[in-house]
Ligand binder design. Sequence first.
Ligand code: 6PG
Length: 268
Amino acid sequence: MRSSPWWKPGSRCLRMGDSRKVIVFDEKDALHAHVVNLWKKVSKESISERGTVTVALSGGRTPIDLYRRLAREGKDFPWEKTHIFLVDERFVPRDDKDSNYRMIRETLLGSVPIPESNVHKVDTNQPGPDKAAKKYEREMVRHFQPGSGLFPRFDLIMLGLGEDGHTASLFPGSGLLQEKKRLAGPVTLDSKLHDRVTLTFPVINNGRLILFHVEGQNKAAVLKRVAEGRDPTLPASLVEPVAGELLFLADRDAAGLLSKKSYFSAYR
Ligand code: 6PG
């Protein structure tokens, strides 16, 4: 049992088993503050146990304000001992408006004293996403040195949720959903969209703490299908930690369709 609850006043916690919880926040601000606290806690524990903390960050729009807050409040975090990987990246130059690295650098990493060598980027100068995924895989192996047959173990993985149920760049129908060996894979989408490189499920599910950060009414239906329904047709439902913890952090709008009955049970 934890000595203090994960949830705070102003939020409601919906327990879905010991390692799977949904926490709903009345205000986005409280959700962001909660992540800042979780980051501090994970960082402290990981550094004291293993000497470093390794975090995988997602792109997209949702985390922008949260990253800005981490930049403001995390100036004195132990950045020297913090390593950052990307959950996924669009196959575009690093200064492109669609680059996840660019967004994360502009909102967070450019404002904190993290050594450049601690930021593990996808090399989008490679001839294609497959080569870039292979190189990224080698980078993970170099950093984690997981040992033969074992997967890297991120201390914290922050995921987003797409309205179509994708997470990272793992989209419905993709062959990568069944990937069992590779640590990162290439993603080719509709010709109008950028190719991408993404972490695979064996790596994501090996994380110690996996967070879904979900905001907005447009995510309410998909959040219900993933968090409550565990709809197996949606990639995000395939996030199931092997030996870690899964938290869905949602604002009131995104949680709008979650079952009231389950909410009440949180207070018992
Ligand atoms: C990306 C992502 C992706 C994202 C979801 C949600 O690069 O786009 O990492 O998985 O988290 O698409 O995106 P929004 O936050 O923009 O809704």
